[in-house]
Design a protein around this ligand. Structure first.
Ligand code: TPP
Length: 577
C-alpha cells in the first residue's frame, strides 16, 4: 500500500515487516519517532530503556535468545552504547540485530556533530544509509536478513533530513521471523580473551565478505549521466546532487557506507574525468577513494561543518545558484526557549540570583543558560553535571557556592552513578534534580520516574527520594519550583552544609495534558513602576511596552512566579482583579 511517511516511520514499518520482536531504545532527536511508531504495534515488545547502553544490551539479549531485535538512538547515544557495540561485533547475533543511529549535521538539537560512520569502521560492522523514506523502509526490512546472513549487528544510519522528511513508501505485510531456538555457545558469546581471540579473525573475514557483497548489492548503484564529473555520495547528499545536477553528472550512490566497495568505486572512477565525493561531515568516502589511488576531490570543496543543500551543491559544482526555487532564506529564526510556566524557571531564578556556580546537563533545562537567567556554567553530555560537580568541588574546595542541575530522565540515564561517586568519595556537593515527571526535551517520553511505560500503561516508579537515601545521601529535600522563596532557602541551606545533598525540584511539565493551568496574570498599569524585575525571569509571556510590563494571555499559564517577584503588587491574578 502506498503511503506518505517520514523516514523514521518508514524505518519502523520496515523493521515491523522484517519480523522485529523486541525494541529497546532511549529517546534522542532525530531518532525518537522510530521507537514511538514501533510502540504502536501490539504484537512486538517495545520499551524505553534508561539509556542507550541498556537498550543495546537488551537488544543483544533478545537476539541471543533468538529474536530479531532493535535499538534506536541519536548519534551521541552511540557513544553511550559503544561499549556493547564493539564486542557485539565479535559475538555476532542469533536473531538479527539492528542498531538505528541518527546523526544531526548542523546540530538542530544536539551538542555536537559527530559522524557515526566512524563507529561502523571502528567496530567493524556494516552500516546502511538510506536516502529517502522508501529506502528507510527497504533497508530497515532487509537489515535483519543481512544481520543474520553475516552474523553481525547492522547499523542503520539516519540523519535529521532523512528521518524527518516525507516521501512515498510502498508498504507490505509483516513476515513473522520465528524465534530461533537458544543453543548455548560459549565460544561465540563469552568474550573472555581465549574466546575473543578466536572471534577477531572471524570479524576480519566477515568484513571482507561484506565488502565483496557491497561490490554488487542492490544498495549501491550507478546512475550514468555526463561523464565529465562523477559524484560519489550517499544519504541526503544524494538528493541534493540529483536536484541540483540532474543527469549532467554520473552518480555512484552508496547505500552501504561501511564497508565501502573497492572494485565498484575504481570502475566508476575509471569512466569519469573528475571524481567528486559529496558527503556531509567527515571525508570518509573521500579518504577511502584516496587509499584506492583515486584523486578524488571532496573536503577541498565542501566543508566538514553542518548540512549541505541543493544550493550548496549547485554553487560549488556549477558555480551558480540553483534554477529551482529554494527555501526563502529570510524565514524568521525560532530559537528554543523555556516555555511560559516551565517549572525549571523558578529554580534557575533562585540559582542565578544567588550567583551559584551551576554545572548543567542536557534537557529543556539547558535553556537556563540563556539570558537573562544565565544560570549555567557548563553543559557537556548526559550525566556530566553530577560527576563534573564532584570534580569541580575537589579542586574548588568550597570556595564557591556550587550545585548541579539534572532532569529526571537524565538522572536515570547517567546521573545516578555520579551521585554514587559523590556519596562514596564524599564532596559537599548539591545535586538538584529538576523533576518535571517526563522526558521533556525530546517530546514527552515516559521514563522510570514517571510511573508509566512506553504504551502509557502504569509501571513501576522509581522513588527518587528513597533512591538518593539508598545511595547514602542524608540531606534530600523536595521543593516546589513555583515557590521562589522555598527554592532560594533550599539552595542557600543545602550549598552551605558540610555533606552531600540533593534537592528535588518537583513539578510536572506544564505542557503535560493532565496539568491544569491557572488563569493568566495581568499587570495593573497604575501599580507597575517599570522596574523590569519581572523581565529577569526570561518568561516569553512577559514583554515591555510603553515602559510597563505586559503579559500575553495566550501564553501565560498563571504560574505566579512573576507575581512573587513584583515588589509593587502590580501583577495580579485575573479572578482577583
Ligand atoms: C546520550 C544522549 N542521549 C539522548 C540525548 C537526547 N536528549 C537530550 S535531553 C534528553 C532528556 C531530557 O529529559 P529530562 O532530563 O527529564 O529533562 P527535561 O527535558 O524534561 O527538562 C534527551 C533524551 C542526548 N542528548 N544524549
Amino acid at each position: 500500500m502506498k503511503k506518505l511517511l517520514i523516514g523514521n516511520e518508514a524505518v519502523a514499518r520496515g523493521l515491523y515487516e522484517g519480523g522485529i520482536k523486541v525494541v529497546s531504545s532511549y529517546p534522542g532527536t532525530p531518532s525518537t519517532e522510530i521507537t514511538e511508531f514501533l510502540s504502536k504495534y501490539d504484537d512486538i515488545h517495545s520499551e524505553w530503556a534508561p539509556n542507550e547502553k541498556v537498550a543495546a544490551e537488551v537488544a543483544f539479549g533478545a537476539s541471543l535468545a533468538g529474536a530479531r531485535s532493535v535499538c534506536a538512538m541519536k548519534h551521541v547515544g552511540l557513544n553511550v552504547a559503544a561499549d556493547p557495540l564493539f564486542t557485539l561485533s565479535y559475538t555476532g547475533v542469533t536473531g538479527g540485530l539492528v542498531i538505528c543511529v541518527a546523526d544531526d549535521p548542523a546540530m538542530h538539537s544536539s551538542q555536537n556533530e559527530q559522524d557515526s560512520r566512524h563507529y561502523a569502521i571502528a567496530a567493524k560492522v556494516p552500516m546502511l544509509e538510506p536516502a529517502d523514506s522508501e529506502e528507510c523502509y527497504r533497508f530497515a526490512k532487509d537489515a535483519f536478513e543481512l544481520s543474520e546472513k553475516f552474523d553481525t549487528p547492522v547499523l542503520l544510519r539516519m540523519c535529521t533530513r532523512i528521518a524527518h522528511s516525507q516521501s512515498v513508501v510502498d508498504t507490505g505485510e509483516r513476515k513473522e521471523a520465528p524465534v530461533k531456538p537458544y543453543v548455548k555457545n560459549g565460544e561465540k558469546y563469552i568474550m573472555m580473551p581465549a574466546f575473543a581471540k578466536k572471534r577477531h579473525p572471524i570479524v576480519e573475514a566477515r568484513t571482507e565478505a561484506i565488502t565483496e557483497f557491497a561490490e554488487s548489492c542492490p544498495y549501491n548503484k550507478i546512475e550514468w549521466g555526463g561523464k565529465d564529473i562523477g559524484i560519489i555520495t550517499s544519504g541526503s547528499c544524494y538528493q541534493y546532487v540529483k536536484e541540483a545536477l540532474g543527469d549532467t553528472v554520473s552518480v555512484l550512490k552508496l547505500g552501504i557506507v561501511n564497508p565501502l566497495p573497492r572494485k565498484l568505486i575504481l570502475d566508476f572512477a575509471s569512466k569519469v574525468r573528475r571524481v567528486i565525493v559529496i558527503e556531509e561531515l567527515d571525508g570518509i568516502i573521500e579518504t577511502h577513494c584516496r587509499t584506492l589511488g583515486i584523486e578524488a576531490e571532496g573536503k577541498s570543496l565542501f566543508t566538514p561543518i553542518g548540512e549541505y543543500s541543493q544550493k550548496t551543491v549547485s554553487e560549488i559544482i556549477l558555480g551558480k545558484s540553483p534554477e529551482k526555487p529554494t527555501l526563502n532564506e529570510s524565514v524568521p529564526a525560532r530559537p528554543p526557549m523555556m516555555c511560559a510556566g516551565c517549572p525549571h524557571r523558578g529554580m534557575f531564578y533562585a540559582l542565578s540570583k544567588n550567583k551559584i556556580t551551576v554545572l548543567g546537563d542536557i534537557g529543556c533545562y539547558t535553556l537556563g543558560a540563556q539570558a537573562p537567567l544565565c544560570a549555567l556554567d557548563s553543559t557537556l553530555c548526559m550525566g556530566a553535571s553530577v560527576s563534573g560537580l564532584h570534580g569541580f568541588n575537589l579542586v574548588d574546595g568550597g570556595k564557591s557556592r556550587t550545585a548541579c542541575v539534572i532532569g529526571d530522565s537524565t538522572f536515570m540515564h547517567s546521573g545516578m552513578t555520579g551521585l554514587v561517586n559523590i556519596s562514596y568519595n564524599a564532596t559537599n556537593s548539591t545535586v538538584i534534580i529538576l523533576d518535571n515527571s517526563i522526558t521533556g526535551m525530546t517530546g514527552h517520553q515516559q521514563n522510570p520516574t514517571t510511573g508509566y511505560n512506553i504504551k502509557g500503561d502504569p509501571a513501576a516508579k522509581v522513588d527518587l527520594e528513597a533512591l538518593c537515601h539508598a545511595i547514602g545521601i542524608n540531606h534530600v529535600r523536595v521543593v516546589d519550583p513555583y515557590n521562589i522563596e522555598e527554592c532560594e532557602k533550599a539552595v542557600l541551606e543545602e550549598t552551605e552544609i558540610a555533606e552531600p545533598s540533593v534537592i528535588i525540584s518537583r513539578r510536572p511539565c506544564v505542557l503535560l495534558k493532565y496539568v491544569k493551568t491557572q488563569s493568566p496574570v495581568t499587570v495593573d498599569n497604575g501599580k507597575c513602576r517599570g522596574c523590569r524585575k519581572c523581565m529577569t525571569l526570561g518568561c516569553p509571556a512577559i514583554s515591555f511596552k510603553n515602559k510597563k510590563a505586559v503579559i500575553d494571555h495566550t501564553l501565560c499559564v498563571g504560574c505566579d512566579v512573576c507575581k512573587q517577584l513584583c515588589h509593587f503588587g502590580a501583577i495580579e491574578s485575573e479572578e482577583r482583579k
